[in-house]
Design a protein around this ligand. Structure first.
Ligand code: NAP
Length: 200
């Protein structure tokens, strides 16, 4: 299969498209997908330039790409929620992700079926940012129907999911962003929009 392979830290020009072996289903709970789309989360380019070398190590060659949407081509024999042919998306739980390739393998529990109302590309751009918002608000913030939530950076990758999660789980939601993004944010129905360039 083809993959974008990194042999040294640096800019996007360091990614080399090469022919490598396909990943294999090793565990009974693994799923192998044909990658239909992946995305560039900030953590992908931060790893690419070497920002995470002290926490993740420098195990070259590296294949980046945490977020993916793909078609299942093989399942481990204990996989119950999915079957070959399903279109799924998720944040891959492999070192560095490894979705910048034609095929990828990750555990069943990091995937879900792609919702019908979003495109393959939208699904591939969502998992890490959306999960960050969900974990922050639901699991750490423990927000409830009577909670008032202020989302700083509401127009960003995490923030736009956070506004939607806050509206679903919480009570009042105020969103902070610059005015150029208000039109987009209004579609997420926050109770108040604050332009940080105009007020504290
Ligand atoms: N992306 C992920 O999956 C992810 C995962 C884990 C953690 N994080 C962390 O979450 C944070 C946000 O990441 P992100 O990817 O969502 O960033 P992002 O897409 O770059 O968004 C940042 C947002 O912050 C807003 N902003 C800039 N200056 C501001 C200010 N002075 N006051 C209020 N808002 C301001 C910007 O709004 P305007 O554009 O409207 O000016 C922008 O939309 C970062 O600390 C990142 O490390 C991100």
């Amino acid at each position: 299969m083809k993959a974008a392979v990194l042999y040294e830290y640096g800019g996007p020009e360091k990614l080399r498209i090469e022919e490598i072996d396909e990943p294999v289903v090793e565990k009974s709970t693994d799923i192998k997908i044909k990658v239909l789309a992946s995305s560039i989360n900030p953590v992908d380019w931060k790893i690419r330039i070497g920002n995470h070398k002290y926490t993740l190590g420098s195990h070259f060659p590296i294949i980046l790409g945490f977020d993916a949407c793909g078609e299942i081509v093989e399942t481990g024999n204990e996989v119950t929620r999915f079957k070959v042919g399903d279109i799924v998306y998720g944040r891959l739980n492999r070192k560095y992700g490894r979705a910048y390739a034609e095929f990828a393998v990750a555990s069943e529990n990091v995937f879900d079926h792609k919702p019908q109302n979003i495109s393959i590309e939208e699904a591939a751009a969502s998992p890490l940012a959306a999960l960050t918002a969900l974990q922050a608000l639901r699991d750490k913030g423990n927000i409830k129907k009577d909670s008032s939530v202020l989302i700083n950076g509401a127009s960003g990758g995490v923030g736009c999911f956070a506004v939607q999660v806050a509206k679903l789980l919480g009570g009042e939601c105020w969103a902070v962003a610059s005015k150029r993004h208000f039109e987009c944010l209004e579609k997420m129905n926050p109770d108040k929009l604050i332009d940080y360039t105009e007020s504290d």
